[in-house]
Write a protein that binds this ligand. Sequence first.
Ligand code: NAG
Ligand code: NAG
Length: 236
Amino acid sequence: MAITKQHFDLIFTFSLLFFSHLHCSTTSAQAPSPAPPGPPDVIKIIGKAAQYTIFIRLLRSTEISDRLIGELNDTANGKTIFAPTDKAFSNLKSGALNSLNDEQRVELVLYHVVPIYIPLNQFQTVSNPMRTQAGDSGDGQFPLNVTTAGNTATLTTGLTTTRVAGTIYTDGQLAIYRVDQVLQPLQIFASRSSGPAPAPGKSRKAADVAENSKACLALLNFALFAFSVMVFALSL
Ligand SMILES: *[C@@H]1O[C@H](CO)[C@@H](O)[C@H](O)[C@H]1NC(C)=O
Ligand SMILES: *[C@@H]1O[C@H](CO)[C@@H](O)[C@H](O)[C@H]1NC(C)=O
């Protein structure tokens, strides 16, 4: 049987249909850009000051900025974000940031996000270790402690000690504070200087991405298989 124009049309339509459904996206929690007065946009807020360019770049490249917009759209969710200045990043050991893999970058950014709203005068009520969005606050993982003395709140990771240096934004749901050091989680930075990097733990985001691409790959394989079966059948 020869392949007629009709067959070609059929194949073409079939594959178009299939591939248009194959939306292999790695962004599992991407939210549309907000229409005011929508949820607060962290990038816009900290972008007003000139000194957070590296943190903004990380928020974008890890897609955590989009995820935060989605999560903050549900006003039942509170957040506290510790935003390190560019100078804070420049205090890191040289090459420290570049040596992180994608998953560790996600974890590093999520470590600066606490899933509750903490007003500046409420840090003394927090129980240690605080749980950040990086996950496990267990020993050697992602614990973050806060101690207060007078009006000063001090954050300790086990590697970094720095105070909450200023309030960038607060609205009763979201608080963004300036920190002058990057909060270095033990899980990522503890064994940097001695021996190989620790086996990275699965962050929720990275796990999502892995699941997503696995499903996409399976679908893609199936589509290609179906497509070749069809071409073969029509060429008989
Ligand atoms: C916020 O939530 C509402 C209602 O669930 C939804 O219609 C809207 O698209 C969301 N906006 C963003 C920016 O996620
Ligand atoms: C954090 O606080 C917990 C509970 O008080 C304590 O066991 C742990 O040693 C503290 N870690 C650091 C790095 O301060």
